[in-house]
Design a binder for this molecule. Sequence first.
Ligand code: SF4
Length: 98
Amino acid sequence: MTDVSRLPAVVAENWDWQMRGACRGMDAAVFFHFDNERGLVRRHREESAKEICSRCPVRAECLEHAVSTEETYGIWGGLGEDALRRLIAAKRRSPGPE
Ligand code: SF4
């Protein structure tokens, strides 16, 4: 079963940013890899996603969401999975004020 305990409460303000994302309405396959994807195919897909993120008005909100919910699958806030894992690990080591 999926653990949803880290997801924000179902309150419109917590999710409203998603309505303004540059990726809204796009094919999610640009942002999420398929099984066993690797090499140039993976790199090109990730570069395409990051280019979209680079002009997104809610990039900061998207990244904050990914880190706070410990989301490591896909491209979020312009970062790939390795970068997200590093940020999440750093936050766990030094959580700071809530
Ligand atoms: S930062 Fe990227 S993944 Fe996040 S909402 Fe914007 S376009 Fe979508």
